[in-house]
Design a protein around this ligand. Structure first.
Ligand code: SAH
Length: 283
């Protein structure tokens, strides 16, 4: 029996028709699952979070090596199925809910083939959590945005926020045939290790907000994008904005040409000026 046979049996047994809208593409490559276990270097001391457990193919392998696996699954029918399948497994805890919304118990690693439908929010959510590292399979194009460097066509605010928040490595590419039903995209396995910021940005939320706003003008010169940001975010008059912007560096570069650290320098200066002058920020 292949994993695809197992999957088709389970889909029929539980009357489930995979819903792509919530990322229901199940892994049918046992070697891929094994390699994820190897990459994750899980030991019997680890408490693992799995995001989107599906029918639990990865959950089972994780439970063989981890202390505890906390499997989170949105679809109540799948939750019913894996509760039955893992009835006798003492170290698997199943939580029904939306990973982005539920309160998580304590854990130290994440290993998952999560739903691609929530990739951006999922990554931003992870950056707010405390853990050692995550091993995950994500959509290849999304990963390329996550790790993109300044100047490249994939470079965007997400790349900057990711580079500030974590060390991210691409481990291997995965063809779409490894999943059923096949997604319309290929995938990449990555590791995400949260890191202490490597440079000072003044205030993290200000930095994220500034970078997001500047990238809505990604091909404009920084000075113009900055004027827009300051006008949007503060009660400063237009003339004063011009004077203020002149004090900042990299003004003639295009937004997409700045490194995360250079955005950090801008954010640090701007935030300090705002604070010193008690300038009111709108949000
Ligand atoms: N990890 C499994 C399933 C991958 S498909 C495997 O490799 O086979 C992704 C799974 O995530 C689906 O079972 C889907 O129902 C679930 N899911 C979708 N959105 C979710 C969310 N917001 N929180 C938790 N699980 C979710």
């Amino acid at each position: 029996m292949t994993l695809l046979d197992d999957l088709q049996f389970l889909l029929a047994k539980y009357h489930i028709k995979p819903r792509k809208s919530i990322g229901q593409c199940f892994c049918i490559d046992p070697f891929l699952l094994r390699r994820m276990i190897t990459y994750s270097r899980v030991t019997e001391n680890d408490i693992i979070i799995e995001i989107g457990a599906g029918f639990g193919f990865l959950t089972r392998l994780l439970s063989d090596v981890a202390k505890v696996v906390i499997a989170i699954e949105l679809d109540p029918t799948l939750v019913k199925a894996i509760k039955e399948i893992f009835r006798s497994k003492k170290n698997i805890r199943i939580i029904q809910g939306n990973f982005l919304k539920i309160h998580l118990p304590k854990f130290n690693k994440i290993v998952a083939n999560p739903p691609y439908s929530i990739s951006s929010n999922l990554i931003l959510h992870l950056f707010r959590l405390n853990f050692q590292y995550a091993i995950m399979t994500l959509q290849k194009e999304f990963v390329q945005k996550l790790v993109a460097q300044k100047g490249s066509k994939n470079y965007r605010s997400l790349s900057v926020i990711a580079s500030y928040s974590a060390s991210i490595k691409m481990l291997e590419d995965v063809p779409r045939e490894s999943f059923y039903p096949h997604p319309n995209v290929d995938s990449t396995i990555i590791s995400i290790k949260p890191q202490k910021p490597l440079f000072n940005v003044g205030d993290k939320h200000f930095y994220f907000k500034m970078v997001r706003c500047l990238f809505t003008h990604r091909n404009k010169k920084l000075q113009n994008a900055l004027k827009f940001f300051i006008r949007n975010e503060s009660n400063i008059a237009n003339d004063a904005i011009k004077t203020l912007v002149k004090e900042l560096p990299y003004l003639d570069l295009k937004v997409y040409e700045l490194t995360p650290e250079e955005f950090g320098i801008i954010s640090y200066k701007l935030y300090s000026i705002f604070k010193e002058n008690k300038i009111i920020l709108f949000s």
